[in-house]
Structure formats: structure tokens, C-alpha cells
Design a protein around this ligand. Structure first.
Ligand code: ZN
Length: 73
């Protein structure tokens, strides 16, 4: 990726990256879903019906500000 961004807070250089959901022995990239979370006492959250979009997060090298994007349809 050659796109370059500058921090909206301090105008420092921002690095492209992603955040990680780290569990016991597993790691996954968090995703964004449209609408309200529907909680279930059995499975935590019901995830049916909506399309997950992986979240890209930019981080400012100077002040640490994070800016997240969930690109796609
Ligand atoms: Zn900054």
C-alpha cells in the first residue's frame, strides 16, 4: 500500500495497520458490522445477517492517534 496519511491531530506521519483481537491461542482481526449488537446468553453475540468488514487502523507515529476504516460495500 503506497497511500500516505497525515495525522489530523498533530500532522505527524501515520502508519497503515490493523488491530488484533488476541484470545487464548488465537488471534483475529476485528470486524465492523452494521446495526445494533444482538446479545445472546449462549453465544455472546449473534452475528447472523450482516456482512463482517475487516477494520484497518492507521496510527500516528508521533502522538499515537488511531483512525479506523472499514472499507468496502
Ligand atoms: Zn498525531
Amino acid at each position: 500500500m503506497t497511500e500516505w496519511k497525515y495525522c489530523p491531530k498533530c500532522e505527524g506521519e501515520m502508519a497503515d495497520g490493523y488491530t488484533v483481537d488476541q484470545g487464548y491461542g488465537t488471534a483475529s482481526v476485528p470486524t465492523w458490522r452494521e446495526g445494533e449488537p444482538r446479545k445472546s446468553i449462549w453465544v455472546g453475540l449473534k452475528l447472523g445477517g450482516t456482512t463482517p468488514i475487516e477494520i484497518t487502523t492507521w496510527r500516528c507515529r508521533r502522538c499515537g492517534y488511531l483512525e479506523s476504516y472499514a472499507p468496502g460495500a
